[in-house]
Design a protein around this ligand. Structure first.
Ligand code: HEM
Length: 182
């Protein structure tokens, strides 16, 4: 088995959050992005999570991306006639800015896969719902985050807090995913 480099914060984040990420991937993969209902659930999950995160993310590199993606998810949901009031789960802690950067900028890597699922749809309503999946990739933010996290130590109270908060954010996204299809 290939050894995982966890001497720096970048490596520890990948390794320690892997099971939380896998769990969330499995949950989000139940949303069929090729059909209006699945797309609606996915966008509702994003809108709920980003709405809670936005006021807490002022010191994160990805704050402008959070604002933009939240607005795009909201716009798309309106187009899908989503009039039900969303019941956003509470975010019960203030995440460290680097944990927000990891989860949000990192999620853009996985979005490339999700975008392909959306693009493959033959459904006209789905194809017309394009604001979220036409967003910039924000890979510059992801690279900036990785550069910084590679220079930070993987041990000590600050690293423990960032990793713990990142796991908390994956769990929070899971609550939003559950709430989106309730
Ligand atoms: C079905 C849904 C998803 C799929 C299929 C998916 C898939 C992926 C893939 C393939 C990568 C690249 C892994 C690598 O380069 O080693 C990735 C990275 C990442 N994704 Fe997801 N993802 C999904 C949802 C999410 C969500 C909802 C979030 C967070 C809100 C998220 C957060 C991340 C993070 C933080 C990374 C960077 C991992 C690292 O390199 O440390 N993903 N994702």
């Amino acid at each position: 088995m290939q050894a995982v480099q966890v001497d720096d914060l970048r490596g520890r984040l990948r390794s320690d959050t892997r099971s939380s990420h896998d769990r969330l991937d499995r949950h989000v993969s139940t949303f069929d992005l090729g059909e209006p209902d699945g797309l609606r659930s996915f966008l509702a999950m994003q809108l709920m999570a980003l709405t809670r995160l936005e006021p807490l993310a002022k010191n994160s590199i990805c704050a402008p991306a959070i604002h933009d993606l939240r607005a795009r998810a909201e716009f798309d949901l309106r187009g899908l006639d989503e009039t039900t009031a969303l019941s956003c789960p509470d975010l019960t802690f203030t995440p460290h800015p680097m944990s927000v950067d990891y989860v949000i900028a990192g999620s853009r890597v996985g979005t490339a896969i999700l975008r392909k699922r959306w693009l493959a749809s033959k459904n006209a309503e789905v194809r017309a719902t394009s604001a979220y999946f036409s967003a910039p990739t924000y890979m510059d933010m992801w690279r900036a985050f990785c550069d910084r996290a590679t220079r930070e130590t993987s041990s000590g109270p600050q690293a423990d807090r960032i990793v713990g908060d990142a796991i908390g954010l994956f769990d929070f996204y899971g609550h939003c995913a559950a709430s989106a299809c309730a």
